[in-house]
Design a protein around this ligand. Sequence first.
Ligand code: SF4
Length: 270
Amino acid sequence: MKPRADITPHIFKIQRYSIHDGPGIRTTLFFQGCPLSCSWCHNPESQAAPVRIGSQNRDVTAPGQVPISPVQVKDLVEILVREIKKDLIFFDESNGGVTFSGGEPLSNPRLLLPLMDACRQEHIHICLDTSGFAPFTVLKEAATRADLVLYDIKVMDNLAHRALTGKPVDLILENLKKLSDLKINLKLRFPLVPTLTDTQENIGRIIDFLVKETIYRDIHILPFHNTVDGKYRMLKMENHCKHLHPPTDDQVENIQQIFVASGFQTTIGG
Ligand code: SF4
């Protein structure tokens, strides 16, 4: 019997009728495994210990990730495309499509790239939702297959980024500059986490960087919410943001106005 697509060790969730992961109604596939460990992560299951399947667990390349063989890729791409195509009618009616999210989809290019190719063959609109933390060669392969890239920008200071996400930010910023040089269609996503990402200094540095180094002026502000504590408890993972409260409407609007005053187009959420 073939496995159900949403319980493979490579895709931990398929979410239908998503309206916050790109334009229109979308089917979002969440890839298992992420090289980052953001303190505020809403998908901690992407970093949780992978399901054990025989001896395949030896070569984990990102926390929570399981390697995949070429045979598995072929089977899984077929299964996943079949699942995605069940929602074609909604995509057509809403100008939606598929979004590859995670975890970090770029952590599994062996599956991601053939899957993107298969969706392109079906003329399905593709969004790539990424932290940008990947070798540029991989990012470029995926970004040039996508119709739209959703790219996180979180914290500009290298040490602070490392403290909050487990990795430095310089690769992410270098990659963003290179995508800009290639004129990749891209929207930014900024997680507004009170006291962690919303300082005047951080916002100022984000704006300076984007204005000086990139063509990107469209930013989605994602207000932190603390509704995932149950997930952390279930997974026996520490929730570092348990003590934080969501930003107030005024706080969100203040940040929005700072971006708007610098010429940015802003969206709250999505
Ligand atoms: S990049 Fe996204 S999935 Fe990965 S740890 Fe950060 S918030 Fe979670």
